[in-house]
Design a protein around this ligand. Structure first.
Ligand code: CTP
Ligand code: CA
Length: 218
């Protein structure tokens, strides 16, 4: 794609993007987190806005500037992210890049847990699956794109995830190296018709290419 003709391809479309980690409180001063930096999701939000889309970016706790032209909603927990996604609907497409915590502490303490004789045991419960919920909802966006962070059998797991979650596409990335927090990404685009493996690219280049593909699909 040439650069100039692409501009404005997504004008009039609303795209929802989730990005970053979630934080799940243990008590008022401690939380469970993961290594997501938010860089890939923020780059995707920016690339979609650069094509003229109205973009709602639901962001977990990260220290990144908001990309130009993007409406940002900051959240902390998976449940707050699910609620923010719901509030942002309807959308023409959704790109769920966030590394949502799979579990939260079932009964987070209201006060700081004090050091005592025994170490505390954390009981965990599963968080809602935001992607699967959206894909199965009455307000399902026409194009639902999930990400899959895998450390082994990357493509096999991503193909299974696409079906299991009801997504149209899964962007599978191998996070066995320094992808999380790093500046480059090696991804495989898994669709209903097959798997496309992209060469290792800088995260903004992955974002631009994916945004063009989303524009093709819409
Ligand atoms: N996802 C989500 N809500 C969750 C967990 C994951 O919306 N509670 C989304 C992520 O944003 C991503 C996709 O689901 O787009 C896949 O996330 P991933 O962690 O790879 O898959 P899981 O189904 O959680 O499986 P596992 O962590 O066991 O590999
Ligand atoms: Ca997960």
């Amino acid at each position: 794609h040439a650069l100039a003709p692409s501009a404005g391809r997504l004008r009039g479309k609303h795209v929802l993007v989730t990005a970053g980690p979630t934080h799940e409180p243990i008590d008022p001063v401690r939380y469970i987190a993961n290594r997501s930096s938010g860089k890939q999701g923020f780059a995707i939000a920016g690339a979609l806005a650069a094509l003229g889309a109205r973009v709602t970016l639901v962001a977990g706790p990260v220290t990144l500037p908001t990309p130009a032209g993007v409406d940002r909603v900051d959240v902390e927990t998976a449940r707050a992210m699910a609620a923010a996604v719901d509030s942002a609907l309807p959308a023409d497409a959704a790109v769920m890049v966030a590394a949502v915590a799979d579990w939260r502490v079932s009964d987070a303490a209201g006060q700081k847990i004090k050091k005592e004789e025994n170490s505390p045991a954390l009981a965990l419960v599963e968080n809602p699956d935001i992607l699967a919920g959206l894909a199965g909802s009455a307000q399902r966006p026409r194009l639902v794109v999930g990400f899959a962070a895998e450390t082994e059998q990357v493509i096999e797991h991503a193909i299974a995830k696409r079906t299991r979650k009801g997504a149209d596409w899964i962007v599978a990335n191998d996070v066995s190296g320094d992808v999380m927090g790093g500046d480059a990404n090696t991804i495989h685009l898994v669709t209903a018709t097959g798997v496309e493996s992209w060469e290792k690219l800088a995260k903004p280049d992955v974002a631009r290419r994916l945004a063009e593909r989303i524009a093709d699909a819409l």
